[in-house]
Design a protein around this ligand. Structure first.
Ligand code: SER
Length: 254
């Protein structure tokens, strides 16, 4: 069985092998961004790059970022102690592309890492894609669904709404449609009785999101409008403790 340290290392090695520079975790207290008090996602330290005001080179990077979700848009304080998979402080494994690869490679890399490297069973994997939003003027993410369909049957690819499948850093800032990867770790008997697809995003303690792949395409302005970003960005975040727990065959992060 892989230890937590070995799992973190294998993530970094995998993305290094795909040409990513391995970066250090940024401090959890944010210094130069009045819109955010604590680091709530791996992408925070790259916000200026994503908005086009800082040099994007090298365009491929990966890290494990320490995050705190206790305030603002991403606040998990009330979840802790009530389920098996939320934390206030956690580590987020992430890979980025700043105007380099986009949806196809991001999906293929995630699949290769989970299935070929970590040997997760494809039958236990479900993914969600953004169903679109009339209000935002964005169509369903058919492109992401098509790339997933190379790896998964149609009943493992689920539409998700704006709440779950449109990720935003805060009230303003970088955002975009996303595709989440969920893992069904129930017993064989339970899986035979109730299909995992019906339990995705339904608070089942053994059917949990492990990885979010965000296709950053917009900057949310303070008037609520969406401004296209200067380049397409991949921002992924995998819950390190959730991944470790799943690979170690445990039923709770705790
Ligand atoms: N920013 C996204 C998240 O926090 C993916 O890294 O889920």
């Amino acid at each position: 069985m892989m230890t937590a340290n070995e799992i973190r290392e294998s993530f970094k090695q995998f993305f290094e092998g795909k040409g990513h520079k391995i970066e250090a975790s940024a401090p959890m207290v944010i210094k130069d961004d009045p819109t955010l008090m604590f680091t709530n996602a791996g992408m925070n330290q790259w916000k200026d790059i994503i908005l086009g005001t800082r040099d994007p080179e090298p365009r491929r990077r990966a890290d494990s970022q320490k995050c705190l979700r206790v305030s603002g848009k991403h606040n998990d304080l009330e979840e802790v102690g009530h389920d098996t998979y939320h934390h206030t402080m956690f580590e987020m494994l992430g890979n980025w592309s700043f105007g380099d690869y986009f949806k196809r490679e991001a999906i293929d890399y995630a699949w290769e890492y989970l299935v070929d490297v970590l040997h997760l069973n494809p039958q236990d994997i479900y993914v969600t894609v953004f169903e679109g939003s009339e209000e935002e003027g964005i169509a369903r993410d058919d492109e992401a669904a098509e790339y997933w369909s190379k790896h998964l049957p149609a009943d493992h690819i689920i539409n998700g709404n704006k709440h779950d499948n449109f990720w935003e850093m805060g009230e303003t800032g970088p955002c975009g449609p996303c595709s989440e990867i969920h893992l069904d770790s129930r017993s064989a008997k339970e899986k035979a009785e109730v299909p995992g697809a019906s339990l995705v995003n339904k608070d089942n303690p053994q059917v949990i999101e492990i990885w979010n792949i965000v296709f950053m395409q917009f900057n949310r302005k303070s008037d609520g409008s969406l401004q296209p970003l200067p380049m397409h960005v991949i921002d992924t975040g995998m819950g390190f403790e959730r991944l470790v727990r799943s690979l170690q065959g445990k039923t709770s992060n705790y």
